[in-house]
Design a protein. Structure first.
Length: 126
């Protein structure tokens, strides 16, 4: 084996590892937002909102590039649930579901390093 072949093999290995970490982090991030996670402290989206679980079911992942993913929802009142402020009245938002809660995106962002570390540990990258 030549040095060039060793470098090529190592480069392929790093690329595969990077893709595995990225896809794992995206999946775990979405799961934290939707279902909650002990890694982030997010409670997950409400299970049975007044529209039958529409918010929880609406979250989607779009891979914009091989290294960029967008996790989003098209539910217009998702921000109300996230920050606990009713719109347009501005008063408190009333959550009627017993399971799930608010600040899922914010808590997931705050705990993002924990997600990355957990995915890397599960894949054997310590």
């Amino acid at each position: 084996m030549s040095f060039a072949a060793d470098i090529e093999r190592w480069t392929r290995k790093v690329k595969v590892a990077n893709e595995a970490v990225f896809s794992g982090v995206v999946a775990e991030t979405k799961n934290s937002i939707v279902f909650g996670s002990p890694l982030t402290g997010a409670p997950g989206q409400v299970v049975a909102d007044v529209r039958g679980g529409e918010l929880r079911a609406s979250w989607q992942v779009e891979f914009e590039t091989p290294t960029r993913a967008l996790i989003s929802t098209s539910v217009p009142w998702a921000q109300q649930n996230e920050d606990g402020v009713a719109r347009p009245g501005g008063g408190p938002y009333e959550q009627r579901a017993a399971i799930g809660g608010r600040w899922n995106v914010a808590l997931t962002r705050r705990g993002f390093a924990n997600i990355v570390a957990d995915v890397c540990n599960r894949l054997g990258f310590r």
